[in-house]
Design a protein around this ligand. Structure first.
Ligand SMILES: NC(=O)c1ccc[n+]([C@@H]2O[C@H](COP(=O)([O-])OP(=O)(O)OC[C@H]3O[C@@H](n4cnc5c(N)ncnc54)[C@H](OP(=O)(O)O)[C@@H]3O)[C@@H](O)[C@H]2O)c1
Length: 275
């Protein structure tokens, strides 16, 4: 695994500790959760399936960073595994002790049913596209912003009552491109700058409710997205210069495990070696 370096900003917030229980309004989701949980060691209490885990929703969990985050949080949480098709999320759901699919094209479909309490919402679904400004048509800008910003805003809005009920945590997976913009990368960077602005506003708006917002800024990370980017750059893919997705998942874990009186507000994690 490549070495990595991390920069973290932490703040205090108000809000008491809370234990969450699942109260899905979606019968099919509940059935899936019961099915998966029933294969586990003894659990307790308030959910019909006996589940007593905090609940995490991870978008983009079929592949790449989101998949690594779902697997990491699956050690402690019941995970809603986000992806565009049931086939794509099924292997991740099957790999976890307590999980269920959360299937939607977040740029096009209505937000699926959400639980009444949500402890963690990780926005990892994202796309990278576009070229130089002179060559990039409006449709490309709209496609990238639809996934990287508008879908994040809409899902967050829908989830806020459940997040407030649990004094939960929102984790937008941003990028180094949320801080710097380079030739040929303006579309993606603009969407990630906007995502940072969204997250900073949300953090301040929800400070009184106990909902926290932890933005993670990974550098280049081994995934389909990164391999495609390197191919377009005309470079040879070299794993020495990318983060392991598990390193990003470890950064998310840090934010999730911090006691609720503090917030990891912004965390940058970059490969130690940079080409
Ligand atoms: N890889 C990097 O170097 C890097 C660095 C910094 C930040 N990031 C950010 O990290 C996040 C994850 O990137 P990644 O590298 O893991 O990408 P990836 O391997 O290409 O995976 C992208 C994920 O997003 C999902 N997705 C895309 N469009 C969607 C839509 N319209 N609705 C629902 N889900 C959608 C995909 O689902 P399907 O399987 O259904 O397509 C997939 O699960 C992104 O936000 C990216 O900007 C990546």
């Amino acid at each position: 695994m490549p070495f990595a370096s991390v920069a973290v900003t932490v703040s205090r917030v108000g809000g008491a500790l809370g234990v969450s229980t699942w109260a899905s309004t979606a019968p099919s989701s509940a059935a899936a959760a019961v099915r998966v949980e029933s294969a586990m060691a003894p659990v307790c209490s308030s959910y019909p399936g006996g589940m007593d885990r905090p609940v995490a929703l991870v978008t983009g969990a079929s592949r790449g960073i989101g998949r690594a985050v779902a697997l990491e949080l699956g050690r402690t949480h019941h995970v809603l595994v986000g992806g565009r098709t049931a086939e794509a999320v099924a292997p991740v759901v099957a790999a976890l002790p307590s999980a269920e699919p959360f299937v939607a094209d977040l740029a096009a479909d209505p937000v699926p049913a959400l639980p009444a309490r949500l402890d963690v919402l990780v926005h990892s679904a994202g796309v990278e596209d576009g070229g130089r400004v002179a060559d990039t048509e409006r449709a490309v800008w709209e496609r990238v912003f639809a996934v990287n910003l508008f879908a994040v805003a809409e899902l967050t809005r829908a989830a806020l009552p459940a997040l407030r009920a649990a004094e939960g945590l929102v984790v937008p997976i941003n990028s180094g491109a949320g801080f710097t913009s380079a030739p040929g990368g303006g579309v993606y960077a603009a969407s990630k700058f906007a995502l940072r602005a969204f997250a900073d506003a949300l953090r301040e708006e929800e400070r009184g409710s106990g909902v926290r917002v932890s933005t993670i800024h990974p550098g280049r990370t081994d995934s389909d997205m990164q391999r495609e980017k390197v191919r377009r750059e005309g470079l040879e893919y070299d794993e020495r210069y990318v983060l392991d997705p598990d390193s990003v998942a470890a950064a998310v874990r840090l934010a999730v495990d911090l006691p609720k009186g503090g917030t990891v507000e912004s965390l940058s994690i970059r490969p130690t070696r940079i080409r």
